[in-house]
Design a protein around this ligand. Sequence first.
Ligand SMILES: [Zn+2]
Length: 82
Amino acid sequence: MNETHCHICGSTDFEERLVEYIYRRGGEYLVVQNVPCEVCLHCGERYYKGEVLLNIERRFKAIHERHAKPQSQRLIPIEVYA
Ligand SMILES: [Zn+2]
């Protein structure tokens, strides 16, 4: 078996977790909850499977092209730091 190393810190300690993923493209956002990923226990870097990212991208596209409705929607406050 190949041992996986973190690309950031080289650690081999990972844990599978469900996290919140914020997808952003062209000023549009999609927040996806309960996304499975491997988290490096040393530096906190998250690793997602290609298939998972592809599903999120597809979902983003469907929602922003109005083919699908999101499960819920929220107004997000935006500020410029000055
Ligand atoms: Zn790491």
